[in-house]
Design a protein around this ligand. Structure first.
Ligand code: NAD
Ligand code: DAU
Length: 375
């Protein structure tokens, strides 16, 4: 079958990547989607069961640090666009093991960029107005941390930045990463921009806030706590629970990626977020209330599970994204209010206990290691 375009998505077996792969496979049947993933502990092809047999979907188990393999895949499939999500993504792991983060996030991105550059220079796509591009998915954490200096409760308000402009990360905010994770992502962002500025590679970077939704690995706050509440296990809240995060439903991130990949300006940066800030402790209370209510437990049943523990080292106080550029220039806004999204998310984890058990028991690793070789 002839495809109009071959799009390579790295990290497609992970949380956000699986939603992007699903969206593209379903929405663009005339394009072939090549999912390139190493299947680390965070990669689970079980996240893609519903689309794995589609004729326009291909999976390649490969490490983005392997330059020769990246070039081979790009040449084999005549790749005409890359969306790069593969990364080590968990801050706590980066504090314990920074080398792995430098390897994958920095060297892996560089090897992918070099392979893409080589392919594009060979085929002459570097000249002219081709929109074939290298789209790098990054995070708001590269901007550092904000103070708690504006009133609480500004939510889903795209004019908030006009009043409280300085209290948000904009595309112009200086990079001040604090954790080894965010330092590695910042470095990879710089390499992508360097390839645009030096070689003229049509590249885009987006920086998104915290995502939540189905298929997130249960080391991250929301799925971990939903599962713990369900099983009456302690909820380890770091420090006083006063850190603020800006939450976006994962499918809204995937829709933004689709829009930017097709209509974004090469060389540009877009921030992605829904103006939806919550203190961690308030999120925990919402999760307790929602899980208890969906399980038919009395109100307050799980309150005593809250356990304050030693704070994360270098814990960033507050993230808040100003995504008004994306809203203004490309018309994007989140489709889901948080109150709706969080109920949908809790319901998904409760309804998909088998997925959760498979992940927490490591069963998914055994299954796919037998199919694709040991990780
Ligand atoms: P994840 O940890 O759930 O998934 C990462 C995927 O990358 C996994 O499938 C893993 O197997 C794969 N991978 C890791 N190392 C690899 C390598 N060397 N070669 C090939 N594949 C490899 O991550 P996520 O939360 O879905 O995040 C995806 C991307 O989005 C990351 O780049 C992250 O920095 C960025 N991001 C995440 C969030 C968030 O809230 N989760 C927010 C903003 C940006
Ligand atoms: O902002 C975007 C980033 O969001 C992404 O780039 C990262 O890949 C993603 O992991 C996420 O980083 P955070 O560190 O914000 O997410 P995490 O779910 O680990 O933690 C959310 C908040 O909850 C943070 O303030 C730490 C706190 N926390 C987390 C865990 C796992 C706890 O209090 N207890 C916990 O057990």
């Amino acid at each position: 079958m002839e495809f109009k375009r071959n799009i390579m998505i790295t990290g497609g077996a992970g949380f956000i990547g699986s939603h992007v792969v699903r969206l593209f496979v379903n929405r663009y049947p005339d394009c072939r989607i090549i999912n390139v993933d190493k299947l680390t502990y965070a990669g689970n092809l079980g996240n893609l069961r519903d689309i794995e047999d589609m004729p326009n979907y291909v999976f390649e188990k490969a490490d983005i640090c392997d330059f020769d393999r990246m070039l081979e895949i790009m040449r084999t499939y005549d790749v005409g666009g890359i969306i790069h999500l593969a990364a080590e993504s968990h801050v706590d792991r980066s504090i314990r093991d920074p080398f792995t983060f430098a390897r994958t996030n920095v060297m892996g991105t560089l090897s992918l960029l070099q392979a893409a550059r080589s392919l594009w220079e060979d085929s002459g796509w570097m000249t002219g107005s081709s929109r074939c591009m290298f789209y790098h998915i990054s995070t708001d954490e590269v901007y550092g941390a904000l103070e708690l200096n504006h009133p609480e409760g500004i939510r889903s308000d795209f004019s908030a930045h006009e009043v409280y402009g300085d209290s948000f990360f904009t595309e112009e905010t200086k990079y001040r990463p604090h954790s080894p994770y965010s330092a590695s992502k910042a470095s990879s962002d710089h390499f992508v921009r360097a390839f645009h500025d030096t070689y003229g590679m049509p590249a885009i970077v987006t920086n998104c806030s915290n995502n939540y939704g189905p298929y997130q690995f249960p080391e991250k706050l929301i799925p971990l706590f939903i599962n713990n509440i369900r099983h009456n296990r302690p909820l380890p809240v770091y420090g006083k629970g006063e850190n603020v995060r800006d939450w976006l439903y994962v499918e809204d991130h995937a829709r933004a990626i689709d829009l930017i990949f097709h209509r974004g300006e090469p060389g540009a940066t877009y921030n992605i977020g829904g103006f939806n800030e919550w203190k961690n402790i308030d999120i925990v209370k919402v999760l307790i209330k929602t899980v208890d209510s969906l399980l038919g437990r009395p109100e307050g049943y799980s309150d005593s599970l809250i356990t304050y523990v030693t704070d994360r080292k270098g814990h960033d106080l507050r993230y808040a994204i100003d995504s008004s550029r994306l809203h203004r220039e490309l018309g994007w806004s989140p489709s889901l209010q948080f109150e709706e999204g969080i109920v949908k998310t809790v319901r998904w984890y409760l309804d998909n206990q088998e997925w959760m058990d498979d992940v927490t028991s490591g069963g998914y690793m055994k299954y796919y290691d037998e199919m694709y070789g040991r990780r």
